[in-house]
Design a protein around this ligand. Structure first.
Ligand code: EPU
Length: 453
C-alpha cells in the first residue's frame, strides 16, 4: 500500500478515481457503519420543517450528505458541527428562497432535492427543484412525486432546467394511493403532509426501515403519523413543528455490502453498528448461500461457512423483501457458488448492466432483459423485471473496469479483491457518494490496492 493522507484528503477530483487492486486475498477485520445514506439525507431535509434547530447524529461523510447540506445552506439554513463527532445542527431560522443559479449548481448531483418540495412550499409558498441526478439505473421518473404534490394543492410547472412549484392557497391533506410503494414518493408525502391542513391518507406506501426512522424523526418534531397494516399511513397535519435530536438508523445497505465482501473473498468481517432486525431478509439469504454470521450487541460478524458457496434464487423487492441495493455485491459472491443462481431484479428496469464487467473477469452471468418466463416467482411479475442467471463457481481474474453506479461500483471493487491478479478500477468516485471512508475501510480490512489516478 502506498496511500498518502486520510480518506478525506483523497476527495480532490483528480485523485481517488482510479484504483489498482491486487486481488486474491481474503478481507479480514472490522468496519464501522454509520447513519444510513437513505435516512440521513431525508432527515436533513425534514429540519426545514422545524421552528427550532435540529440535531442529527451519526451523519455519514458522503457526497449525498454534502449535496443536501449545500442545498439547505443556499436556502438560508445554517448547518454546523454538533456536540459529538458526526453530528450536525441544522437551523432553519433564516430560511429563504434561493436564486436560480445557486440551485442549478446542484443539478444532476442527487435525487434528494425532489424532497425539498413540500417543506419549501410550507415555508416559502414556492420551490424550484433542479434537474435530478443519482445513479443511472433506469428511468427513475418522478411522476408519483408530482402527482402527490398536485393532490396536496401544489401547482407544478415543469421548466427546461427544473420544476417550479407554488401553493398560493397553502397545502391541504390528500387522499393518495401510490401506483407502487416508492420509497421517495412515500417520503415526499410524509414531508408534505405533516404541515398540510387536515388529514392525509397514503395507501400502498413504502415501509422500509429508513421510512420508519423518518416517521420517528417527524414524530419527534411534533407530527402525528400512524400506520396500519397493508401499507396505509395516516398523517394529521399540524400547524407547527419543532426541531429534533435524532441518531440516524445504521446503513444496512453498507452493512450488507461488507457482508458480501467477506463471502466473496472468503474473509471474515465484523460490521460494527449493524443490527439484525433491519437485515432479517438479507441474513436469511446470506445463510442459504453458505455464509455464517454471529450477532452481537455491537454489530454482526460475517464469514463463509462452506466452499464453494451454495446457489440461490432471489427476487429483489420492496421491504420486507430483499433490497435491490443488496443484489450487486451478492452477485459477485454467487459467481463462487457451485451451481446455477438466479437473481430477479424487480425494482429498477436497468440494474444488472454491471454484470458485463464481471463476465470480463471470468464470471458466467447471462442477463435476461425481460425476466424469465415460467420460473417460480414469489412476488407478482413486474413489467420491467430482468433476471441474471449466474453459473458458478468460476475463478475471477483481474481486469480493467469502469464503475457504472454506486452499488455496481462497490461490486466491482469486491470482484477485483476476490480475483487473481491485478485490476484497474476507474470512476471509483461514485462509490464514495454512498460509502463513507471507503478507502480507509478497505485498508483496515487488509485490501492490497493503490490509488493511481
Ligand atoms: N418510480 C416511478 N415514479 C416515481 C418514483 C419511482 O415510476 O415517481 C419507480 C422507479 O423508477 C423504480 C421504483 O419506482 O422503478 C422504485 O423507486 P423508489 O422511488 O422506491 O426509489 P427511490 O426513492 O428513487 C430509494 C433509494 C435507492 C433504493 C430505492 C429502493 C434514496 C436516495 N434512494 O430510491 O437507493 O434503491 O429507494 O429501495 O433513498 C442506492 O442507495 O444505491 C439507491 C439507489
Amino acid at each position: 500500500m502506498t496511500l498518502v493522507g486520510s480518506d478525506e484528503a483523497r476527495t480532490a477530483p483528480t485523485l481517488g478515481d482510479v484504483l489498482e487492486i491486487r486481488g486474491g486475498h481474503p478481507l479480514r477485520g472490522q468496519v464501522d457503519v454509520k447513519g444510513a445514506k437513505n435516512l440521513a439525507t431525508k432527515a436533513m431535509v425534514a429540519s426545514l420543517l422545524g421552528e427550532t434547530p435540529s440535531t442529527l447524529r451519526d451523519v455519514p461523510e458522503i457526497r449525498d450528505v454534502e449535496v443536501v447540506r449545500s442545498l439547505l445552506e443556499v436556502h438560508g439554513v445554517s448547518v454546523s458541527e454538533g456536540d459529538e463527532p458526526g453530528s450536525l445542527v441544522l437551523d432553519p431560522a433564516l430560511a429563504k428562497s434561493a436564486g436560480f443559479e445557486e440551485i442549478d449548481a446542484h443539478a444532476g448531483s442527487s435525487r434528494i432535492p425532489i424532497l425539498f418540495c413540500g417543506p419549501l412550499l410550507h415555508l416559502l409558498g414556492q420551490a424550484f427543484i433542479p434537474d435530478l441526478g443519482g445513479c443511472r439505473i433506469g428511468d427513475r421518473p418522478i411522476d408519483f412525486h408530482l402527482d402527490a404534490l398536485r393532490n396536496f394543492g401544489a401547482i407544478v410547472d415543469k421548466q427546461p432546467n427544473g420544476i417550479r412549484l407554488s401553493a398560493p392557497e397553502g397545502l391541504h391533506g390528500a387522499n393518495i394511493e401510490l401506483p407502487y410503494p416508492s420509497v421517495g414518493a412515500t417520503e415526499q408525502v410524509l414531508l408534505t403532509a405533516v404541515r398540510a391542513k387536515g388529514v392525509t391518507e397514503l395507501r400502498n406506501a413504502a415501509i422500509e426501515p429508513e421510512i420508519m426512522d423518518l416517521i420517528g424523526v417527524l414524530q419527534k418534531m411534533g407530527a402525528i403519523i400512524s400506520y396500519e397494516p397493508n401499507r396505509v399511513i395516516f398523517i394529521e397535519g399540524v400547524d407547527e413543528l419543532h426541531g429534533y435530536d435524532h441518531r440516524s438508523l445504521f446503513d444496512r445497505n453498507e452493512a450488507a455490502s461488507w457482508a458480501c465482501a467477506a463471502l466473496a473473498t472468503d474473509g471474515e468481517i465484523f460490521v460494527k453498528g449493524a443490527r439484525q432486525y433491519e437485515m432479517l431478509t438479507f441474513l436469511n439469504v446470506f445463510r442459504k448461500v453458505g455464509g455464517s454470521f454471529d450477532i452481537t450487541d455491537e454489530g454482526i460478524w460475517f464469514r463463509r461457512a462452506t466452499t464453494p458457496l451454495k446457489p440461490v434464487m432471489v427476487e429483489t423487492d420492496v421491504h420486507p423483501g430483499f433490497m435491490t441495493d443488496w443484489q450487486q455485491p451478492l452477485i459477485v459472491a454467487l459467481t463462487q457458488a457451485g451451481g446455477v443462481s438466479i437473481v430477479h431484479e424487480t425494482v429498477y428496469e436497468n440494474r444488472l448492466g454491471f454484470t458485463a464487467a464481471l463476465n470480463q473477469m471470468g464470471a458466467d452471468i447471462v442477463v435476461h432483459p425481460k425476466g424469465l418466463e415460467g420460473v417460480y416467482r414469489r412476488v407478482e411479475r413486474r413489467e420491467l423485471e430482468q433476471a441474471a442467471v449466474i453459473t458458478g463457481p468460476t475463478p475471477l481474474t483481474g481486469a480493467d473496469i469502469v464503475v457504472p453506479d454506486l452499488r455496481g461500483g462497490y461490486a466491482y471493487v469486491i470482484a477485483a479483491l476476490a480475483a487473481e491478479g491485478t485490476s484497474r478500477v476507474s470512476n471509483v468516485g461514485i462509490i464514495r457518494r454512498g460509502y463513507e471512508k471507503f478507502f480507509d475501510k478497505l485498508t483496515a480490512l487488509g485490501a492490497d490496492f493503490d490509488v493511481v489516478g
